[in-house]
Design a protein around this ligand. Structure first.
Ligand code: DQA
Length: 153
């Protein structure tokens, strides 16, 4: 099986996971989520690289850097989901397939969280499963990429 390179991007305030609004985001911290993704990646023949930033431009730069190295992106754009034309344009311009992830079910929350500027250009979206949203997205993205290669796992 050809190894895949997956970039996992976490947007603003996700560095606070563990203590941030646990009623929405649970008690697991970002290091724990990243470790689970790296371990799952090992079992899926997937090399997982993680990145977090609170800054829109840094997220855009990281997407640009992924061209030529990442086969796919799992991204929790956090608040930038609802506002960032720049991130949408970066993902569109770089042609890297991506899955949008949310820990919480954004559709059961405030109306401003119901709109995503990324979802219509994503391969798919997973929301509401806490940290499992990321692992489900990683599995889904790997299967999607392998089926495109004609090498479904
Ligand atoms: C979030 C949902 C967003 O609306 C919010 O701004 C976040 C986290 C989630 O993972 O549920 O920061 O993306």
């Amino acid at each position: 099986m050809k190894p895949l390179n997956i970039l996992v991007i976490h947007g603003p305030n996700l560095n606070l996971l563990g203590s941030r609004e646990p009623e929405h985001y649970g008690r697991e911290n970002l290091a724990g989520i990243n470790q689970s993704l790296i371990s799952l990646g090992d079992s899926l023949a997937c090399s997982v690289t993680t990145f977090q930033s609170n800054h829109e431009g840094e997220l855009v730069d990281r997407v640009h850097q992924a061209v030529g190295s990442a086969d796919g992106i799992v991204i929790n754009p956090a608040a930038y989901t609802h506002t960032s034309v720049a991130l949408r344009d970066a993902l569109l311009g770089c042609h890297i397939p991506f899955i949008e992830v949310h820990l919480s079910n954004v559709h059961s929350r405030e109306a401003f969280r119901h709109r995503s500027l990324l979802v219509d250009v994503a391969v798919g979206v997973i929301a509401g499963f806490g940290p499992d949203s990321y692992t489900l997205a990683l599995r889904g993205l790997c299967n999607f990429l392998r089926s495109r290669q004609g090498n479904h796992s």
